[in-house]
Each structure stands twice: as C-alpha cells, then as structure tokens.
Design a protein. Structure first.
Lengths: 468, 201
C-alpha cells in the first residue's frame, strides 16, 4: 500500500461516493451548528420539504450573538435581531431534534470549545460547521473545516459534502519553545512566515517536538488559526494526550467501543515516506512572543521589534501595509512595546480554554490592571467558567480589575454588545485583526493570553518575559 | 440557482490584496435570517461614513461603477470567515463575477452556490484587466463561461481554468442537494458499513 498522510487516511475513510471526475461525496461525522450561519439553511430545508438526515450527529449551540454580561437571562440585553436569530436556532434545534445546548445550559459556550469538551469531537472524524474556525477540531486528528450556509443545508439534508481533495502541507516546529512562548505564538509565527494565503488549497498537518509537547488546549489554539493561514483545515496526529483528553467525555465511546476506537485511532498518523506537496519548518527556539501590528493576521512581529514601514514590503503588500498603518494609527519605527492600549479582551475559540485562563491568571495574580483600562475575560464555555471559579482564577481576575463574563464569542467578532469604539486599541487573544472586526474603527493587536494579561497591567504592548 | 453563461458588463477595479469577508459584509449585517437584501451593505465600512453617508471616493460610489457587474481585485480575495453573507451581498448588489489572482477557499466555494463566477488568473493578467476596469463605464468586459474566457474592452481574450463539475453546475443552475440526493443509495450503504466498522461515530 502506498504511504499516506494523516489527511489521506481520514479522507479515504469518509468517501461515500466518487465521480469519474474525482468529485467526492465526503461523509460528515459531526455537524456543529450555531445561530448566525444556519437560519437560512433550515429555511431551505422547509421550503424544499427536506429534513435533517442525521440529527444525532448534529449539535447546536448559540454563541456568536449571545450577551456575555451576567444579566443576559433578561431578554432585553439582546438586540431584537440577535434575539430573533437565537430564537430561530432554538426552534430549529427542537423541531429537527438536534443535540442542543441553549443559552441557559451550563454547557453552552463557543461551539468549537463545546464540541471537544462534550466528546463530540474525536480522532479520525470529519467535522464541519458554518464557521471558519472549525479548523480547531483538527487538534484531535479530525478533518475539520468551515463551510458556507448552502453547504450547511447540504450537510443537514445529506450528511455529506461535495468535495475535491486538497493538497498536503506539513508544518514542522522542531525543538522546544522558550519560556513565555505559547501555542498562540507558534500559530501566529507560522502565518507570519507563510502569509494568509500560504495554506490555500492545502490541509496542514502540524508536527514536530514543539507541537507534541503542547497540551490539547494548545493544539486547539494552533489548529484554530490554520484558516488564517489560508488552509481550510489543520491537523495534529492523535497521541496519548489526545486519548486521555477524550476518555470519559459524555459523548466519547465507552467499554469495548472505546477499545475498538483506540485501535483505529492509533493508526492515524502520516506514514514516514508519505508525499507532501509543501513543507514549512520553523525552529521552536526561534519563536518569540509575538503581536500583530496590522490588519491581517500575517502582520506578525516579535514584541521586541519596531513598527515596520510600508517600504519594507513588496508588491501589493506595500499599499496594504500603508493602509494598515493608517488604520492602526501607528508610526513606523515606534517600538511595539511602547504602543499604548485601551482595552484587553481574553477569550474566543482561539484562547478561551482553561489553560488560557490559567496562563493569564499566572501573570495577573496579585496585580491590578492599569487605571482606566477596560479589560474582560470571556470564558469559552460555561464549564470553563465553572472550572476557573473552582480553581480560584476568577477571583484573581476580579481582584485585578477584569470583568468576569459568561461564555460566548463576545468581542472576537463583536456581534453581541461587546465592541470597540472608533480608535479604541485592544490587546486581544482572538484570531482576526481585520478592519472593523471588533467594532468599526477599532484597532486590534493579536497575542497570547499571557501577553494580553501583561498588557492589561502596563497599559501598553508588553513583553511577558519581563514579568515572569 | 441562477444560471451563468455569458456576461458583458462594467468591471469595478479594487486593487487591494486580502479583501476579507469582514470588509465585504461587516458582522452587524449577519443578524439576518434571510439571504436577500444585503447588497446595500456590501463593503459597508468602506462605502459609507459614520453617518451613513456615501464616501464618494469608494469605487462602487463613483458614477461610472455604480452598475458594476464584475469586480477585479487583488490576491487572496474573500479571506476570513465562512459567512455566505459575503457572496449574498455581492450578488444582491448585482455583481456576478469576481476576478483576482487568488481566492480564499471557503469564499471561492460559496460563490458557486450562489450563481457567482470567481475567476482566478495570474497576477500579470489581472493587472491587464485592472487597467481595463480603470477605464470606467464605457469599457465593458465579457465573460464567456462555456469558452472559459474573459475579453477586455479592447478585445484581448484571456483563458481561465475551472473545475468541470463546478462549471457544469453553474452553467445549468443546478441545485447541489438535488444532485447529491440522486446518490442517496451510496450514502445509505456507506452509513451502514460505518455503523459496523466505527460504531462510536
């Protein structure tokens, strides 16, 4: 048998039909659904008299719109249009018999945090959702990617997707990370090296010692941002850490089925002489704590660097860099560590897990945020929130001056009331620094939770290593 | 879905790289439960000022491009989120074809589900089309999907590549779900086999 990559193996195990021209129907094991990209799909089913083929494989949770303030049980905290979307999900989930975690359920949270937490996401699965950060689930060795609403409807109706196979890309991070360097710094550094279109058409497999050393939470952070590098999906081969994480989760297999699953999962790795269409290698030791300076996730620099000039770039990037500098209100040559910030947002499907909150708490313990700073921590799920409270992290955050919120997407995309004002500058642990992403005119610098916590204390972008 | 065969129309130039889905349709317009009506908010934050007034410099606000049906743009068009609201907004505005050196994968795919043709061409050829688009309303490009060509207002013809299945669906306005339903027996037997081999799924 010819050697295969992990992607090849998962792909081959899910082709339900292949046409002569190579167009495949890929069977979908898990379909995650949220309120923003699904209403039109359910409406489409109704209009055509179709139904959900596999409701037992379809999981719904509202996350994008939901307020994260403690008073959210009061319907008035939501705008009318948000409320209509959340209610539509509620109706659709009940009418079509989906697994459903409503706003009032302690297990509610960001769909990409809830899926793994509840054991819906397992190695070797195909996972899709009408959300580009579905790539997150690749951390389990699951082929996971975002789809549009028409495809959501297609999966609801047929439990398959029309697909052509992508190419294989290997991203290897060798060696060990230096202290203060995290999964977020890895994933941002990779995008900095390859560009936001470097992964277009590929499925990335992340490997190497630095990846193996990461916890499952860290691996999810890395895969989450595969899409920011252009790749629909990122993958990490499952190992003992993966199996330990999955074991005992509510929807993970048990008993003999667990053993059978484990036998298969252990075959899910790229064969030694598998073919790679593209290979990128970074040395773990060379990765520094990074921040973004511009309005594309590829605008990444070590915190010790200076704001670049447009003339540092080539081609179409010259104009783009100038536009970014203007939008971000930055002067080239300024040390990044002197850039003052107004707001700190810790949360999102990139960095809203318990390990992220622990990392922030380690920096914030016994400290206060800078006066006048607006700072919020939005846990990725109700269960992450409960665990953080149990571990005493919530007290650290509150004593430091952070708002301690309920779970949701919140200020990552600012569809709920959590938004930046024009010109407001934010240190954010989310995944996109696009113009207007966190609110019209808002200025976003992406970084790790530890770096965001450090910035909250000093009031400017800060090298977390000076506070460790 | 609307069929796409040929299109002759005004092309609007947007010589920017990384035009992301948040630019195409900002999140405040995602709170709809319909597919229609988003055209007025296409490129909202570039098109209108804080008071909702049109910004005259923005390409689609210029008199010669208000009726554009083709968009010519820079590398990595449509990067960012999976929101199909982006192609919905483009289509609702009246644009049926986007030409760029490269597209983000999910956006590219979403276009075909909505009767929009995304055309990827090498940078040098996009540069030619960008110049042609910059001539304004009197310059009209022609797209011929069957022949897979773009013809400039000067008559220069450029060929583009396209997946044959996607082309077939677009030309005939086919409904993907209907096509897949014809293969339901294959899905049934796959599901039965997996229930045996991977029962935990």
């Amino acid at each position: 048998m010819s050697p295969k990559t992990l992607y090849d193996k998962i792909w081959d195990a899910h082709v339900a039909h292949e046409a002569d021209d190579g167009t495949c129907l890929l069977y979908i094991d898990r379909h995650l659904v949220h309120e923003v990209t699904s209403p039109q799909a359910f409406e489409g089913l109704r209009m055509t008299g179709r139904t959900v083929r596999a409701p037992d494989k379809t999981i719904a949770v509202p996350d994008h719109n939901v307020p994260t303030t403690l008073d959210r049980a009061n319907a008035k905290t939501m705008t009318e249009d948000s409320r209509i979307q959340v209610e539509a999900l509620d109706t659709n989930a009940k009418e079509f018999g989906l697994h459903y975690y409503p706003v009032t359920d302690v297990r509610q949270g960001i769909v990409h945090i809830v899926g793994p937490e509840q054991g819906w996401t397992l190695p070797g699965m195909t996972v899709v959702c009408g959300d580009s950060h579905t790539a997150t689930h690749g951390a389990f060795g699951a082929l996971a990617h975002g789809i549009g609403t028409s495809e959501v409807e297609h999966v609801l109706a047929t439990q398959t997707l029309i697909q052509r196979k992508g190419k294989n890309m290997k991203v290897e991070i060798t060696g060990k990370l230096a202290p203060g360097v995290t999964a977020k710094d890895i994933t941002l550094s990779v995008i900095g090296a390859t560009g936001t279109a470097g992964g277009t058409g590929y499925v990335i497999e992340y490997c190497g010692e630095a990846i193996r050393e990461l916890s499952m939470e860290g691996r999810m952070t890395v895969c989450n941002m595969a899409i920011e590098g252009g790749a629909r999906a990122g993958l990490i081969a499952p190992d003992e850490k993966t199996f330990d994480y999955c074991k005992g989760r509510p929807h993970a297999p048990k008993g003999a089925q667990w053993e059978a699953a484990l036998d298969w999962w252990k075959t899910l790795y790229s064969d030694d002489d598998a073919h790679w269409d593209k290979v990128v290698t970074l040395k773990g030791e060379d990765i520094a704590p990074v921040v973004t300076w511009g309005t594309s996730p590829e605008d990444v620099l070590p915190i010790t660097a200076n704001v670049p000039a447009a003339s540092d770039f080539k081609g179409g990037k010259v104009g783009a860099a100038q536009r970014s500098l203007d939008y971000m209100g930055l002067t080239s040559g300024t040390p990044l560590s002197e850039v003052a910030i107004d707001t700190v947002f810790i949360g999102s499907c990139t960095n809203g897990r318990i390990e992220d909150l622990r990392a922030a708490a380690a920096i914030l313990k016994g400290k206060k945020i800078k006066e006048g700073m607006r700072a919020m921590i939005v846990p990725g799920s109700g269960l992450v929130r409960a665990q953080a409270e149990e571990e005493g992290l919530a007290d650290i955050f509150k004593e430091a001056g952070f708002e301690w919120r309920l779970a949701g997407c919140s200020m990552c995309l600012a569809m709920n009331p959590d938004q930046l004002s024009p010109g407001e500058r934010c240190a954010a642990t989310s995944n996109r620094n696009f113009e207007g992403r966190q609110g019209r005119g808002g200025r976003t610098h992406l970084m790790s939770p530890a770096m965001a916590a450090a910035a909250a204390i000093t009031g400017k972008l800060t090298d977390v290593r000076t506070m460790m | 879905m609307d069929k796409f065969d040929t299109l002759t129309g005004i092309a609007a130039p947007m010589p920017m790289i990384n035009i992301d889905t948040d630019m195409i349709i900002p999140k405040q317009f995602l709170k709809t439960i319909k597919r229609s009506g988003l055209g007025v908010n296409l490129f909202d934050e570039m098109r209108y000022d804080d008071n909702g007034k049109e910004i005259p410099d923005f390409v689609l606000n210029k008199p010669q491009y208000r009726d554009a049906e083709i968009l010519v743009a820079g590398d990595n068009f449509g990067c960012g989120s999976s929101r199909e609201h982006a192609p919905w907004a483009i289509k609702d505005f009246g644009i049926r074809c986007v030409i760029a050196p490269s597209f983000a994968d999910i956006f590219y795919n979403n276009c075909f589900k909505n009767g929009i043709l995304p055309i990827a061409l090498p940078q040098e050829q996009v540069d030619v089309l960008m110049k042609d688009a910059e001539k304004g309303a009197n310059a009209r490009m022609t797209i011929d999907l069957e022949a897979q060509t773009v013809t400039t207002s000067d008559g220069e013809s450029l060929s583009f590549e396209l997946d044959s299945f996607k082309k077939h669906c677009l030309m005939n306005g086919l409904d993907d779900i209907g096509l897949t339903m014809e293969k339901v027996a294959a899905i049934d037997s796959f599901e039965t086999a997996v229930a045996q081999s991977r029962p935990w799924v």
